[in-house]
Design a protein around this ligand. Sequence first.
Ligand code: SF4
Length: 270
Amino acid sequence: MLPPPQGPRAPLQTVYSHSRIDSFEKCAKKFHFRYVLELPADSESIEAFVGKRVHEVLERLYVFVGQGMLPGIEKVLARYRAFWDDHYDASRVRIVREGTKLEDYKKLGERCLRGYYREYYPFDADETLSTEERIVFDLDDEGKYAFQGILDRLVRAPDGTVEIHDYKTGRWVPTQKQLDEDRQLALYQIGVAKQYGDDAPIRLVWHYLQRGKRLTSTRTPAQIEAVKRAAIAVIDRIGVETEYAPTKSRLCDWCEYKSICPAFGGSPVR
Ligand code: SF4
């Protein structure tokens, strides 16, 4: 069991996350809608919906495994379908890609789970330390830059290395160079190192479930320091931002605020 997160914090202190700073960098207007105005999203992309259901099932699978139970693949898939039915709301979940049907996405999630199950059954190659764990930590020594992340699965590998595992259900698989520069898990490494010690060997692991690929990366202390400084620089920019200009991109089709975005004819919301 991990020690509790650092605390306590000032009640009004903003706790940043990778999705928060990533959102600001991609489109300050979307950041404004979501994190400043805290407007509720009017919809959810089908891709995000599938990803959530697959994550829920994998979390549950590892909880069962931790209790000495090993559900068969049909039971795992039945749970996935049940989660799907419990959460699916046709008025909220949007399909953006033309020619793709809801059933295609449902089957995609099933394929991801089947492939993972086949590859890792009976799930005893490593030790699960936690699943879907929220970690909260400071990026700096003064406690000015609080950060949080959700670890899909934290693992102790047979060689003693602590591994931060992340599950992806999208079709895109990055290159090794892109993964070696990936920011999200590198930031999480800062929090994990605070719990396990700066000298603890840590590996970053991504599962690209749709493609059946497991990719890894490690960071040097200098790289972690650079990631930390870059994240702090973005947070500082957020702190002085007042304009929140929209940045149009192909991601707009997936944006849950497109209907109110001024870049697409929505009225300005201040
Ligand atoms: S629709 Fe595009 S430009 Fe508008 S807020 Fe969303 S991502 Fe930004």
